[in-house]
Write a protein that binds this ligand. Structure first.
Ligand SMILES: Cc1cc2nc3c(=O)[nH]c(=O)nc-3n(C[C@H](O)[C@H](O)[C@H](O)COP(=O)(O)OP(=O)(O)OC[C@H]3O[C@@H](n4cnc5c(N)ncnc54)[C@H](O)[C@@H]3O)c2cc1C
Ligand SMILES: Cc1cc2nc3c(=O)[nH]c(=O)nc-3n(C[C@H](O)[C@H](O)[C@H](O)COP(=O)(O)O)c2cc1C
Length: 765
């Protein structure tokens, strides 16, 4: 094949080499606009896995590269005048210039033709003379942009500013240095990539950048200012740019996240940064570019594979890898963009939050890297929880809400069982809640328990409006208190326009076949075309329902519940006031967020007044309508949390969505936790995270990073009431409360899991 590679960066060079090595008969030319040795940037970092991939592809260049690697293990985080050092991170780095020199030299050996100082124009007809044109021309690819519709290009320009500098100061550790200035925070990411040189990337918000006037001064003046700001880390060494072709403020960039729906159009194929970018803070751009090159060379040379099939395989495999990485990169990018959230953390937690920002590194990963350091974090966490001197998994640390102390941080999230008759819980509920209390969670929520027959979702919902309900719930609460250390919280709600439907397993939100009751809501917006048009609530309705909530709270007190939660999420009655997607009122209860919150806050305040002041109350909210700016946004959610906190809410139970029928949530592990993080750390409120949290490692990472104060698990508890006791066995945590009847089972499980873990560790060695 006759192939032109546009751009002599890592992607173009390595692809050219990889093709030639597989089949010397390919005619391959690389066209680079710059002269050899002229390149932007300084060092790049790799992982051991990337080196393995390079070695399998071309042992010769891999060896030369690996021989020149700078290795380091530590990460230093400098913040608030302290340095937090953790170890075991195992980085390797190399200078970008040196990497390109090695690749240029190696590519020439099998006969790749390298042309320098050649600016390529996508409109030039000469490209038609090539079988394939590889657009390896980087993030600003002209070849991609010339056909941006064909490639389905999606570019997200991020808000922080950064400049990629170098220095002769040799950093022994990967260094993050955060400095507070009169214009806001500015920080450096620095690492050694050669015996005498380090990369030094400076990053800040746009406001700080403008505050310093970096938009108006020359590149040299910017560099001099950075030298002054980071003088204490540079020990007299200078900072330098090798992007001297960029003038003035152009040396400062905004990161552009690029992704493409399609990677080939006509004879042009995208490779490396032209197809996708990953934020520099996770250091994977070069790895992705090299791995793209390997895969494309593999499929193009596989005998019997058509070009079309080869490209399909290349795009499918690489796209998946890229998406995974871009996901982590987005978390990392956002962490730096929302730095203000974490600046009030103590340095140790700040460093933990930084290290786990991409969600690729978890609590147990950190234990493998640096056990001693992780234990210092755990000790700190327990001390803050009021237990000094103890180092154990954060999920087992106690948590206090008013005068209520929870045994640990795991909760059983509210889950409708649709199994009551006339609202009365029965033996199913007794066993269901009893089992989950015995299973070790610190807090157990009831399902949404409805304040009136018309407030039920389905005929199977539990209620709290008569003496039968009080007696049945009291039996459950008494059992929980007598047989476990769990506390129990009554979730109260009213279904609003989503009521009068079948039980959950007969279809979500599907109206009853017969016996429907009229429903009311904030407005006359039906949940879906098959649901009833609700009656907009009158002021008299509002008074009546508020009093039903108050009566239910009083009954809850009679039952002995430890805590009460108001359900104002998921599109039910109170949620229908809060979300603009359901509320089109033109009175004092519609319009602005303040107006939309008025009735839910009134209900909450009335409940609070009826509930003892030493017992906590929580509020469940949907922190996003998954509708962009048309619905509740995470910013609104902070204001909502703050408003309920002012009325006496002690905990914000941060759920999301289910507020309009066509929402398209973005699912994934711990997918709603970012909302909890935002509300907790911007609103300075206690929060509970929920949503696809299913491993003890998830729980511990969320808690130690200060992304939530409690973690709630719903579906995992459906299938495993003993989730918390199992976690205790897996983490070898001995102080968990286990009913004496079950102790033998717990210790056997702990022994078996320990043996398995030791066998797995021996295999790794
Ligand atoms: C601040 C910063 C830090 C980074 N840190 C890391 C890191 O630590 N680790 C890591 O793996 N990655 C890092 N990256 C990303 C990394 O630099 C890229 O992902 C990687 O270089 C992609 O390789 P590429 O060959 O696709 O593109 P590039 O390296 O951008 O190469 C493209 C080449 O094409 C040439 N070119 C462009 N247009 C034309 C044209 N029209 N005609 C001729 N030639 C053209 C350019 O001159 C360039 O040489 C970082 C990036 C930035 C901005
Ligand atoms: C069967 C079932 C019933 C649920 N019922 C309720 C409920 O009554 N009240 C409520 O606030 N959330 C309810 N939820 C939502 C859960 O509390 C939780 O927010 C959601 O399932 C996400 O958590 P998970 O990923 O751990 O399952 C229910 C979830 C399930 C699976």
């Amino acid at each position: 094949m006759k192939i032109a590679c546009i751009g002599g960066g890592p992607a173009g060079l390595y692809f050219a080499l990889s093709m030639k090595l597989r089949d010397p008969s390919h005619e391959i030319e690389v066209f680079e606009r710059n002269a050899p040795g002229v390149t932007f940037g300084w060092g790049v970092v790799f992982s051991d896995q990337t080196v393995e991939n390079l070695t399998a592809n071309d042992p010769m260049s891999a060896k030369v590269i690996a021989d020149e690697f700078a290795h380091w293990d530590d990460i230093d985080v400098h913040i608030h005048g302290q340095t937090i050092t953790s170890s075991g991170h195992g980085f390797i780095g190399i200078g970008r210039k040196r990497l390109l020199e090695i690749l240029q030299q190696r590519a020439r050996e099998p006969g790749v033709a390298l042309h320098f100082n050649q600016e390529c124009d996508p409109a030039d007809p000469k490209w038609r003379g090539y079988d394939l044109v590889i657009a390896s021309d980087g993030a600003n690819s002209r070849f991609r942009d010339a056909q941006s519709d064909a490639f389905g290009v999606d570019i997200d320009v991020r808000r922080n500013k950064f400049v990629w500098l170098g220095t002769s100061k040799v950093f022994d550790a990967f260094t993050f240095a955060f400095e507070e200035t009169e214009h806001g925070w500015i920080w450096a990411h620095a690492y050694r990539f050669a015996p005498d040189a380090s990369t030094f990337i400076v990053e800040c918000s746009e406001e700080t950048w403008a505050g310093f006037g970096f938009d108006k001064i020359s590149q040299d003046e910017s560099i001099a200012a950075c030298e002054g700001l980071f003088a204490k880390y540079l020990n007299g060494h200078r900072l330098q740019s090798n992007a001297t072709h960029l003038v003035g403020s152009a040396a400062w960039l905004n990161f552009r996240r690029i992704k493409c729906e399609r990677w080939n159009a006509g004879n042009v194929i995208l490779l490396g940064d032209a197809a996708h970018t990953a934020h520099f803070s996770i250091g994977s751009g070069t790895k992705l570019a090299l791995e793209d090159a390997i895969k494309l060379a593999q499929v193009l040379n596989r005998p019997g594979l058509s070009l079309e099939a080869a490209l399909d395989e290349y795009v499918a495999e690489r796209n998946l890898e890229v998406l995974k990485l871009q996901n982590s990169a987005r978390n990392s990018t956002e962490w730096f963009e929302t730095l203000h959230r974490y600046l009030h953390f103590e340095p140790l937690q700040f460093a933990y939050s930084l290290l786990t920002r991409s969600q690729r590194i978890s609590h147990e990963n950190l234990r493998l890297r640096d056990r001693e350091w992780l234990e210092s974090v755990e000790r700190w966490f327990w001390e803050k929880a009021g237990v000094p001197g103890k180092s154990a998994a954060p999920m087992f640390a106690p948590f206090k809400l008013r005068e209520l102390t929870l045994e640990n941080r795991v909760t059983v999230s509210p889950m409708a069982m649709y199994s009551a008759v006339d609202g009365t819980p029965n033996d199913f509920h007794f066993v269901h809640y009893g089992e989950r209390a015995i299973g070790g969670a610190g807090l157990l929520f009831t399902e949404m328990t409805c304040v009136s027959p018309e407030g039920r979702i389905s005929p199977g919902c539990t209620g709290m409006w008569n003496d039968d309900h009080v007696a049945a719930w009291k039996r459950i609460v008494d059992f929980v208190h007598a047989n476990s250390k769990a506390k129990i919280c009554l979730q109260l709600g009213h279904s609003g326009g989503k009521g009068s439907t079948r039980v959950g397993w007969e279809g979500n939100d599907v109206p009853l076949d017969g016996g429907n009751w009229p429903v009311m809501s904030a407005s006359d917006v039906p949940w879906s075309p098959i649901n009833q048009v609700p009656q907009p609530m009158t002021r008299a309705d509002m008074d009546a329902v508020r009093e039903q909530f108050v009566a239910a709270v009083q009954m809850g007190l009679e039952c002995g519940f430890d805590m009460v939660e108001l359900h104002a999420a998921h599109g039910y009655l109170l949620s229908s006031f809060i979300t603009p997607l359901q509320n089109n009122r033109i009175d004092d209860y519609g319009g602005s967020l303040e107006n939309r919150l008025r009735y839910p806050l009134e209900v909450f305040a009335a409940m609070r007044a009826a509930w003892p002041s030493d017992r906590p109350m929580s509020i469940r909210i949907s922190a996003s309508d998954w509708a962009g700016d048309n619905g509740i946004t995470p910013e609104d959610a902070v204001a909502i949390g703050e408003a309920f906190a002012r009325e006496g809410a002690d905990l914000i139970d941060v759920s999301a969505g289910q507020t309009w029928a066509d929402a398209q949530p973005v699912y994934g592990r711990m997918f709603q936790t970012p909302f909890s993080d935002k509300i907790r750390n911007e609103g300075k409120l206690a929060t509970m995270a929920v949503g696809n949290i299913y491993e003890p490692d998830h729980a511990n990472s969320i808690l130690a990073a200060g992304r939530a104060d409690l973690v709630a698990l719903a579906r995992p508890h459906l299938i495993d009431p003993m989730w918390t006791l199992r976690a205790a066995a897996a983490l070898d945590y001995r102080d968990v409360y286990c009913p004496p009847q079950y102790l033998n089972g717990l210790s056997q499980l702990a022994r078996n899991l320990k043996r398995d873990a030791e066998a797995a560790a021996a295999l790794r060695v």
